[in-house]
Design a protein around this ligand. Structure first.
Ligand code: 5GP
Ligand code: MG
Length: 180
């Protein structure tokens, strides 16, 4: 199995770029069908979702808009339990069909804390698209409407996901080798 090193840790290959793109295409197809004629507003949650967001957005054939917000809860390989916002929303959500784009839903805390701010603006609807979901780590009642892969509760890097800043440029997704 292909192994890589990021900072002080070893990772093994988990999802190939081809497998990822196949799932992204499936999600795009589903959204094209569900939102036909509706021009949804995508909100990609930076940093992690930039690559998934870009591939998903490129694959859409319906009219759609996209904007970005920066939320973070991870330090190193652990969730801090604290969600910080460093770029806010500059687009009105009133009467819009909103689709949030996440790289991964882990505990669900990020979305659980962020969703009320969005509902305050009276959008018509809000759905969640996430490339990855760790159901075993979920602590908050978050439902992912469009999901790429359910994954085990292990730390991942690649395709936008980082380990302390590095690894985002990897095309495939890698899983932490459990040696420690
Ligand atoms: P949650 O608030 O659901 O616990 O965490 C969501 C955020 O934590 C994700 O958007 C992602 O940025 C980060 N995260 C969760 N699991 C992983 C992981 O396995 N690898 C990386 N690199 N980030 C993760
Ligand atoms: Mg994220």
């Amino acid at each position: 199995m292909h192994s890589i090193q990021v900072h002080d840790k070893s990772f093994t290959s988990f999802l190939s770029h081809e497998e990822i793109l196949t799932q992204v295409e499936k999600i795009a197809h589903q959204i094209n069908t569900d939102y036909s004629g509706r021009c949804p507003l995508f909100i990609a949650i930076l940093n992690g979702s930039f690559m998934f967001g870009s591939d998903l957005f490129k694959s859409l054939s319906i009219e759609a808009e996209i904007c970005f917000i920066k939320l973070a809860s991870y330090k190193g390989i652990k969730s801090t339990g604290q969600v910080t916002t460093s770029i806010g929303l500059d687009v009105s959500l009133k009467d819009r069909d909103v689709i949030l784009i996440e790289d991964i839903v882990d505990t669900g805390k990020t979305l659980h804390e962020f969703l009320p701010q969005l509902f305050d603006q009276n959008p018509s609807s809000i759905r969640i698209a996430s490339l990855l979901h760790k159901p075993d780590a979920l602590l908050y009642p978050i439902k992912v409407d469009y999901l790429g892969f359910e994954v085990p509760n292990k730390f991942l890097v690649g395709y936008g996901l980082d380990y302390d800043g590095l690894g985002r440029n990897l095309k495939d997704i890698y899983q932490l080798k459990i040696t420690e």
